[in-house]
Design a protein around this ligand. Structure first.
Ligand SMILES: Nc1ncnc2c1ncn2[C@@H]1O[C@H](COP(=O)(O)OP(=O)(O)OP(=O)(O)O)[C@@H](O)[C@H]1O
Ligand SMILES: [Mg+2]
Length: 184
């Protein structure tokens, strides 16, 4: 952790805890970026998909969509329990979290060409790839999040020309700017 990161943490510990949600359509790099960010800022990393499966926070599995049907109320309850503990958190996931005390919602974006290449390497059906690509083109997540959070908390970060670590540095600069009023 470099000096500026330590300063960020000191200021945060004087005010409140820091909660960051790294989100985006599948394959945009959420997990990779959230892990690095958690390490750099000493945040507890929480992969929502893992939590949902481990704690059974779903109604069932949708075979057509090849994904779990998340029980939003149970997920919210579980996250609120974690948030009560006042730990600094970095969540990673692709679902819209409604009205939770999160400081930064970071929506990762990757160009369609790169994203398609990444998804084609996975064991996804053609339909699943196309519906994810469409969601990215329509920027569905951004519009969904604006229903539940003020726009000042939502940041869109494009990572085409950035490595995972550069993306992470960019997100840290957003956090520094808003927590400390430092822009660089
Ligand atoms: N900024 C980046 N530059 C280059 N490659 C990246 C970048 N971010 C992620 N990747 C690569 O893209 C792939 C997908 O990343 P990752 O698994 O983190 O995405 P994800 O959004 O968490 O996916 P999922 O929605 O399936 O959980 C990985 O191989 C990762 O190394
Ligand atoms: Mg992931």
């Amino acid at each position: 952790m470099n000096l500026i990161d330590k300063r960020t943490m000191v200021v945060m510990s004087n005010s409140s805890v820091l909660r960051v949600y790294i989100t985006g359509t599948p394959g945009t790099g959420k997990t990779s970026v959230a892990k690095d960010l958690s390490h750099d800022l000493n945040l507890e990393f929480l992969e929502l998909n893992d939590l949902i499966i481990k704690e059974g926070l779903y109604f069932g599995y949708d075979i057509d969509r090849e994904s779990y049907i998340v029980d939003d109320d149970l997920l919210k309850e579980e996250l609120l329990k974690k948030m009560k503990k006042k730990v600094n958190l970095c969540l990673s996931g692709g679902m819209v979290l409604q009205d939770l005390p999160i400081d930064y919602i970071i929506i990762l974006h990757t160009s369609i060409h790169v994203l398609r290449n990444r998804l084609e390497k996975r064991d996804y059906s053609k339909e699943k790839i196309e519906s994810n690509i469409e969601a990215e083109i329509m920027n569905v997540l951004y519009y969904d999040f604006t229903e539940f959070y003020p726009s000042e908390k939502i940041f869109e970060v494009h990572n085409d020309d950035r490595s995972v670590q550069d993306t992470c540095e960019h997100i840290k600069s957003i956090i520094r700017k808003h927590h400390l009023g430092i822009s660089q």
